[in-house]
Write a protein that binds this ligand. Structure first.
Ligand code: 8IG
Length: 277
């Protein structure tokens, strides 16, 4: 059996929303939690937040759920966790991100978001590790995503589906975060296809068109979240300054290391934000 046959999302004749609905039903059954209120995708550097936001009620391997694939990257844990927050709300933590550069198609990239929406979640928190363009930023710094530029030349929307993306990254939720940490800066996230990092010239292009953060995830997920009617909150951990902004070459090991260093601080910050949502 090849991979296409294994994952129904890669069969164009299937309905991705029906598969997300089925996945949500499996999550309810396996976690014993009927509905979730909020969902979080924890990218590189953010995983510890899952331990801080509340009491874990259930942890399930994502691969037990329809449409989920194994994570491609070290540092991305392939689990789904149901967490009871101190305020009584239910959070679904997605530790299994499929990146666009894996080449399995955009339906698989946004399946976790669509599944989260089908579990009832009204707020989607998207986090990532990314490169920073603003020269006032330093590795280890968390920043809010205020808007995005989608440079993948793709969309999770199919057919004539016209969705408004004004205030895609909820200004209400950004204000909540700034109340908790008034020092938080924000910026425009540019999603590149990857998996290579940018050339310095591409980083200058991103800067010239209004970008401040360069990454390989979040924008496509945010679009799908908005299509599903969710309120979106995005945060990037700046693990490196973008190519050419920092004078040394980018190394994946350094990126992972910066994430590990910053993890306790940014995870505690995210936990406080989640409690205030
Ligand atoms: I972590 O500098 C991380 N992810 N595109 N560029 C892009 N993605 C990233 C980067 C970066 N750092």
């Amino acid at each position: 059996m090849n991979r296409t046959q294994e994952n129904p999302l890669e069969d164009p004749s299937t309905d991705p929303f029906a598969i997300a609905q089925k996945a949500a039903e499996q999550i309810a059954q396996k976690t014993g939690v009927e509905r979730h209120d909020i969902a979080l995708t924890l990218g590189s550097g953010w995983a510890k937040a899952a331990d801080l936001i509340g009491e874990t009620v259930a942890t399930i391997p994502a691969t037990d759920i329809d449409g989920f694939s194994r994570p491609a990257l070290e540092g991305h844990v392939g689990t789904l966790r149901s967490i009871l927050l101190p305020n009584g709300k239910r959070a679904l933590v997605i530790g299994a991100r499929t990146h666009y550069y894996e080449g399995h198609g955009v339906r698989r990239v946004v399946h976790s978001v669509r599944t989260a929406a089908a579990t009832g979640a009204k707020v989607m928190i998207l986090t990532n590790g990314a490169g920073g363009i603003k020269d006032t930023w330093a590795p280890g710094q968390p920043v809010l995503i205020s808007d995005h530029i989608n440079l993948t030349a793709d969309s999770p929307l199919e057919g004539a589906t016209f969705i408004d993306l004004t205030d895609l990254y909820s200004s209400r939720l950004r204000a909540v975060a700034k109340q908790i940490d008034p020092g938080l800066d924000e910026g425009v996230y540019c999603q590149f296809r990857g998996p290579h990092y940018e050339t310095p010239a591409e980083v200058q292009m991103a800067k010239a068109i209004g970008g401040h953060i360069v990454g390989m995830s979040t924008a496509l997920e945010a679009i799908a979240a908005r299509q599903a009617g969710m309120e979106v909150f995005g945060m990037s951990l700046i693990t490196n300054l973008a190519a050419g902004i920092q004078k040394t070459p980018l190394s994946h090991a350094e990126v992972i290391d910066a994430g590990k260093q910053a993890e306790p601080v940014i995870s505690a910050l995210l936990a406080k934000i989640v409690a205030a949502i």
